[in-house]
Design a protein around this ligand. Sequence first.
Ligand SMILES: [Zn+2]
Length: 325
Amino acid sequence: MKHLRDKRATQKIRDKYAETRILAADFVYPYFVTPGKKIKEAIKGFEGINRFSPDMLVKDIPGILKYGVDKVLLFGTPDESEKDETGSGAYSGTGIVPAAVREIKKYFPKITVITDVCMCAYTKSGHCGIVRGGTVLNDETLPYLAKTALAHAAAGADIVAPSAMMDGQVDAIRKILDKNGFDNVKILAYSAKYASCLYGPFREAEKSTPSFGDRKSYQMDYRNSKEAMLEVKEDIKEGADMVMVKPAHAYLDIIRAVRAAYPKIPLAAYHVSGEYAMLKAAARAGVFDEKAAMMEVLTAIKRAGADTIITYFAVEAARLIGGKK
Ligand SMILES: [Zn+2]
């Protein structure tokens, strides 16, 4: 496509022949949901992102649908008083995520609702599983994650997204869903989730910084890529309908490798809170134009091979793609 670099080519021609195009339909918009009523609170260090109570969340949704964003990913942020050793708020049928799912589905049945399935926002330890003697126990955590996914499915979630990085979590969830008649609920596995410093603003939003240690025993070391391929392989074998790479911008090589190895598996990439925040901060400091940087980075994620991009920029990017300033 030499002519695309031809000085005579107009912008219109370049647009017409561009290989990669991002669309509003590619995006998933994350929401933080919290118990209560009439709550819409800004999150410190997380520009433009709020915590919503379910009644306020449904008031926000028309504003994203307007630009064609019709997939959301819900994270529960329960009250501090609800946290306990086994994270019981995570799998309670009346917990914050099931409540938010029901509220969304009541008013917007066609929206695709994806729910994060993990324990870290609900455990006193802030870890993603059951802790004993200072260690996160993989196998003992599995039934809790399964119960959590079931509670979300029963509330009407279309897709459950286990993010705890426990071995066997996809299998445990698939089995409990099938056993309870939720065969049509899909699983988006956080297959290649790296232990990353780029989750900072998210931890503030979720109030889920571990009370001791870190998550390096179950999240991946950023120096490794082969391990990511093994995790993806395992999750697909266990029945994942979609797999995810997280973070995205700093992990384009992993996205590319997963896409090459599994050309047909739906692949999501999570453009995480720190990746979002650094573009915002750099733009504010005059380093570059925010919209230009946003479009370039999101396009790069898709060009690397992602079908779906989970991003806090979803609405801003969709608005721009739709031709609105
Ligand atoms: Zn977690």
